[in-house]
Design a protein around this ligand. Structure first.
Ligand code: BGC
Length: 852
């Protein structure tokens, strides 16, 4: 891998030069520059030359590079976890393996470049304590470190600033996808940016840009969609928003292919094809990168037999050269060490470190668990590798230059600390936006006999673990999910983010609510008795007696079902069934209610749960995902019709676990023989209390002569609300038939638009199509050639089976060719391979990358 590193470096210098040609002449902040240059120029801006950084920020990065010792440089490449704000406690507060005793020594003895306050678990959940704590540590750092370089404080503000008591926990990522409202997500994430920056953090490890493919995986809820277009467009908007606040940068993660573990387990290897990678997996990251994130985090797993952290193909060839990313590449948590422990790939820490740094990682995220090598060992190892000539000094200088440029661009040299009064103005804010997003993200999966909406005059039996009240205050947990005041979500008993609760809100809307709690115990992750159901559920004899006594007299039953908050490996599941206690509850409710008593399910979960039989036990089912702080209001308003549901599934809901993965845009055949491996609820499914009808669809232009010159088209369609109530409707346009040189999916989404319509109203709606979604790799099995939209006729269909139009593409051409791609191809010059034939293969390979 290192035989190519000289080429790599000179090409990076070339792109830095070209970026500096576009730089504004006067000193301006990175924000000003990005605004002026447009978001697409963002990543180039992040990697600007040292002169440009100096002109923009007044910080002479090159001087630092001259003055710092090698040890101090590598310390800048070190991010180390803290769990305390006290730099000099009486008792040691860092792991034994770290080589120092106190948090303060990270600065005074090592001069580390960054702090990890990860797992959505700061040393305190009290906002005031956090902002003061970060400021005080920064002051300690500047007074005691061997240099005057401020640290970067990194957090996981992944769905709102869900780190502090009283904060707004935005709907989780799977909800963001269901809402199909890119502008609203952006508005919501601007609040995240303001609130996280006001807290004193400089960096959030968001957005997660991994496609949603496998619901067995414990991080399924962190994906926005299984569809690359939705995943990419929402991620792009999130980067724009997260980068919009002064003093905060974002992270596109986990590059690349983290979400397709071969057995559904966290950090298991991904086995995929180059075709799938290039057509589906990589494009969302690429869209997000266009918005100029300061950093990228690496996939903790492996792709086709290569750990991503050791993959110079992924990190250098694709990310740096083909995509032109010039910001900081950070490892995931302990992932140098994990090359030994998880992947069994490297024999020792030295070898693992060499691979990772040479592959392109600029900063190592060191966690605070177990006896993993700490900052001292990391720094010593890298220094030794440099002195031994196994890592080039230039590799270190490039990494440190990027890290210092990021700090300079964030203004940290000028103003290392924040105004402590600002946090209270923003903490818990954006209520309207968060409530609207929660509402738009709810998906009505079934509504037999139009039992919903309820009128409000019913006597309601409310039960199920999602509204549990069994004394340990676990009721709110299901609605927030992981990365909310804790890695695995909040703890029973709190503290909690700002929140509205389903039970409270339903009591406000119905004349009578009888609440029979069932048990849900969330205290399990550290005890070792983890269950596949992501929570320990029970339906006691007494609870059963209470349900049997209340159900027959009820006009309607609302059962709040689901799973507990979970995260990473702890959330992995082998089946997608609801646990026994919840199934038992449903059958008891059905036994005790007649046909005219609606049984309404609300599901709070980060994954699709329940077999077809379970769903049959419900007359209506509202999938609420993990709607966050405003979930209670959103659910209650929807059940009584004060809000008309409009969300659409952004993933395909499998019939059973054996059919996974079942994503809608896979190649045909999608169902074979006697087995029904179609989805139980299709991608794009979502009911409303109104009916929407389409008419007069047309596409303009109807014919595209060259997709490399014209990358979009517009479908116009009349949409009528034929129902009796107002509502939002998401108009989607799919390509549903086309022929080319490789398999075409039966359906692929090209564009979507949310529209609001009064009862009886008709609007002509314009849906902009992304022709990039039609790109294929037109090659045989190897899939090395440039991606193109192939010439031919493309049938377009509005919605599931609405009106059709045909888009003709006259000439084959590429849409996503990158202007940031270095023009020369030096790979395969024979040095590494030694054979002309292989060189040719690499040259073609490289050409193929240009069109990612
Ligand atoms: C996760 C990352 C996260 C990091 C810091 C890791 O375990 O994979 O997504 O940003 O922890 O908390």
């Amino acid at each position: 891998m290192s035989e190519y590193s000289d080429d790599t470096e000179s090409e990076q210098n070339d792109s830095r030069r070209s970026a500096s040609e576009d730089a504004p002449p006067t000193k301006a902040s990175r924000r000003t520059f990005m605004k002026a240059a447009g978001a697409a120029a963002g990543s180039a801006a992040m990697g600007a030359s040292a002169e440009q950084v100096a002109a923009r920020t007044g910080v002479n990065v090159e001087k630092y590079l001259r003055d710092l010792t090698l040890e101090q440089k590598v310390a800048q490449m070190t991010q180390v976890a803290v769990s305390s704000f006290d730099p000099e406690p009486d008792e040691p507060n860092v792991p034994d393996s770290f080589g120092v005793d106190t948090v303060g020594a990270y600065f005074s003895e090592l001069g580390v470049g960054s702090i990890l306050s990860g797992g959505a678990k700061p040393p305190s959940f009290d906002g005031d304590a956090v902002v003061k704590g970060i400021n005080a540590l920064q002051e300690y750092n500047l007074e005691n470190a061997p240099h005057d370089i401020p640290f970067l404080w990194g957090v996981d503000a992944t769905h709102g600033n869900g780190l502090l008591e009283g904060a707004t926990s935005l709907p989780q990522r799977l909800n963001m996808g269901a809402a199909r409202d890119v502008d609203l997500v952006k508005e919501a994430e601007k609040h995240t940016a303001e609130s996280t920056a006001a807290m004193g953090a400089h960096w959030t490890f968001a957005p997660t840009t991994d496609l949603q493919r496998d619901p067995r995986w414990g991080r399924f809820y962190e994906g926005i969609s299984e569809d690359p277009l939705i995943e990419g467009e929402v991620s792009r908007a999130r980067v724009e928003a997260l980068e919009s606040a002064d003093r905060l940068t974002s992270t596109v993660k986990h590059f690349a292919g983290y979400s397709i573990p071969n057995n559904g387990n966290d950090r298991a290897p991904a086995d995929t094809s180059l075709r799938d990678l290039r057509t589906n997996v990589l494009p969302p990251y690429r869209s997000a990168l266009d918005a100029g994130p300061g950093t990228v985090m690496v996939n903790s797993g492996a792709v086709n037999g290569k750990p991503a952290h050791a993959s110079s193909w992924l990190l250098t060839r694709v990310l740096r050269e083909a995509y032109g990313f010039e910001g900081v590449i950070i490892s995931d948590y302990d992932d140098i060490h994990r090359l030994m422990t998880n992947h069994d790939y490297a024999p020792d820490f030295r070898e693992a470190t060499k691979e990772v740094i040479n592959a392109g990682v600029d900063m190592y995220m060191i966690g605070n668990g177990g006896d993993a090598p700490g900052p001292v060992e990391f720094i010593e190892t890298v220094v030794d590798l440099v002195r031994g000539g196994e890592i080039k000094r230039k590799r270190i200088d490039d990494a440190v230059r990027r890290i210092l440029a990021l700090k300079a661009d964030l203004g940290l040299f000028d103003r290392p600390t924040v105004d402590e009064s600002r946090l209270s103005e923003t903490l818990g804010g954006a209520r309207e936006t968060s409530e609207r997003l929660a509402k738009e993200s709810l998906v009505l999966l079934k509504n037999e006999g139009d039992v919903l909406p309820l009128s409000g005059s019913e006597d309601v039996l409310l039960t199920g673990p999602g509204v549990d009240g069994n004394g340990n205050n676990t009721r709110p947990l299901m609605q927030h999910g992981g990365w909310t005041l804790g890695w695995q979500g909040p703890s029973g008993g709190g503290p909690f983010p700002r929140q509205t609760l389903v039970a409270d809100e339903l009591r406000d809307r119905f004349s009578s609510v009888t609440h029979v709690p069932t048990s849900f115990d969330n205290e399990r992750w550290w005890s070792g008795d983890q269950t596949d159901a992501n929570g320990n559920f029970d339906f006691t004899d007494e609870q059963e007696r209470n349900v049997r006594s209340a159900a027959p007299d009820s006009d309607a039953v609302v059962v709040v079902l689901g799973e507990g908050p979970h995260n990473e490996g702890f959330g992995d599941r082998d089946d997608l069934e609801l646990d026994d206690a919840q199934r038992e509850l449903l059958s008891v409710v059905n036994e005790e209610t007649g046909d005219d008593t609606p049984v309404v399910g609300v599901m709070l979960a980060g994954s699709p749960l329940g077999s077809p039989e379970t769903h049959d036990a419900l007359d209506a089912l509202l999938f609420a995902g993990q709607p966050g702080s405003d979930g209670g209001v959103a659910i209650a308003d929807t059940l009584v019709g004060a809000y008309n549901p409009s969300g659409k599934l952004a993933f395909s809901w499998p019939r059973n676990v054996g059919t996974v993965p079942v994503q809608y845009d896979r190649a045909p055949p999608t169902s074979t023989g006697g087995s029904d491996n179609t989805a139980l609820y299709e991608f794009g499914h979502g009911l409303s209390y109104a009916d929407f009808e389409y008419g007069n669809a047309s596409v303009s232009p109807g014919s595209v002569s060259d997709p490399s010159k014209q990358s979009s088209a517009t479908v116009r369609v009349d949409v009528t609300n034929a129902g009796n109530v107002a509502g939002d409707h998401v108009v989607e346009v799919y390509n549903t038939q086309s022929y080319g040189s490789v398999l075409q999916p039966k359906r692929r989404l090209l564009g979507f638009e949310r529209v609001s319509l009064d009862a009886g109203e008709t609007k002509r709606v314009e849906v902009d199509l992304y022709l990039s979604a039609l790109e294929v790799v037109p090659d045989d099995v190897l899939a090395l050639r440039p991606k193109v939209v192939e010439a031919g006729d493309y049938e377009l269909t509005v919605g599931r089976d609405g009106p059709k139009a045909t888009l003709s593409v006259e000439r084959t051409g590429s849409v996503t060719d990158s202007p940031l791609t270095p023009g020369r191809s030096r790979v395969g010059n024979g040095r590494g391979s030694g054979t002309k034939g292989l060189g040719n293969v690499f040259t073609r390979f490289r050409t193929g990358l240009n069109s990612e």
